[in-house]
Write a protein that binds this ligand. Structure first.
Ligand SMILES: Nc1ncnc2c1ncn2[C@@H]1O[C@H](COP(=O)(O)OP(=O)(O)OP(=O)(O)O)[C@@H](O)[C@H]1O
Length: 259
């Protein structure tokens, strides 16, 4: 399968002489088109730093990151916003929907910013809404819809530009277990049915069990990697717990939930 994201020897230091934090030590890995990759690790292990470097919100201290063959570490500052808009989709913990816009307008915003011709916007929004089962609420405002519908709206907005990569940072962090499960099923169907490539950072072993492969970070390094393969989600979940135990615990949550 084609590699869509490649990290080569990424290092990230914060601070200056005498007070340096080595947030990422020497991180190399690849993500193939259509993969659902989870990144786990205790608090302070470097997950957010890694995500921020991939999303070009932060800069690396050394190494290279290629997205769709382009070295993102070489992109000039004034071109970064456009690069993100055209290549990345984000699913945030609080969904970041704008309250003064309808669901339809929230989803269309990404197309408006990327200057999609007006006559293409509505059909694109309708098609994406149908895939995510929110066709009936397109004219409502975020305060008029349920939490699960807000999630699907945020997912539709992330997908509307058909980005090369969807980045999800602790997307279930603020949700109860039922809402978390709904969001994870949505991410799973975006991955399986719409062929979205997803990179999800999470503390939560249950959330991680939806991924096809997981990298475990410890002190800024990759400590372990596991692949779901033909395992059931439950068996994969058990494997995740084994690795977390081996890593010495700390920083991971285990949701009480049903498989
Ligand atoms: N802006 C910053 N300045 C200095 N140190 C930082 C900065 N951001 C992160 N760090 C340090 O880098 C290391 C990695 O932090 P990071 O936020 O990436 O961890 P994390 O795994 O995302 O943690 P959490 O799960 O708590 O969000 C930590 O030691 C942290 O204190």
């Amino acid at each position: 399968m084609k590699e869509i994201l490649t990290l080569e020897h990424i290092q990230k230091f914060y601070g200056n002489e005498g007070n340096i934090t080595e947030a990422l030590r020497d991180i190399s890995f690849s993500v193939c088109e259509g993969e659902f990759l989870g990144i786990m690790g205790a608090s302070g292990s470097g997950k957010t730093t890694l995500l921020n470097c991939i999303s070009t919100i932060d800069t690396v201290s050394a190494g290279h990151i290629y997205l769709g063959g382009k070295d993102v570490t070489e992109i000039r500052e004034k071109e970064l916003a456009r690069f993100r808009r055209e290549n990345l989709g984000f699913v945030f913990q609080d969904f970041n929907l704008l309250d003064t816009l309808t669901v339809s307008e929230n989803i269309a915003l990404a197309l408006a910013v990327s200057k999609t011709p007006a006559h293409e916007v509505e059909p694109a929004v309708r098609a994406m809404a149908a895939k995510l089962d929110i066709s009936g609420i397109l004219d409502k405002y975020p305060y008029q819809i349920s939490g699960g519908q807000k999630q699907r709206c945020a997912c539709a907005r992330a997908m509307i530009n058909h980005p090369k990569l969807i980045l999800a940072d602790e997307p279930t962090g603020a949700l109860d277990s039922h809402s978390a499960q709904m969001l994870l099923s949505t991410l799973e169907s975006m991955n399986r049915e719409m062929k979205a490539t997803i990179l999800m950072v999470t503390h939560d072993a249950f959330s991680a069990s939806y991924a096809g492969r997981i990298l475990f970070l410890r002190d800024g390094e990759i400590f372990a990697e596991i692949v779901k393969g033909k395992n059931t989600r439950k068996a994969f979940f058990e494997k995740i717990l084994d690795v977390l135990t081996m890593m010495g615990g700390g920083g991971s949550d285990v949701r009480q939930t049903d498989f």
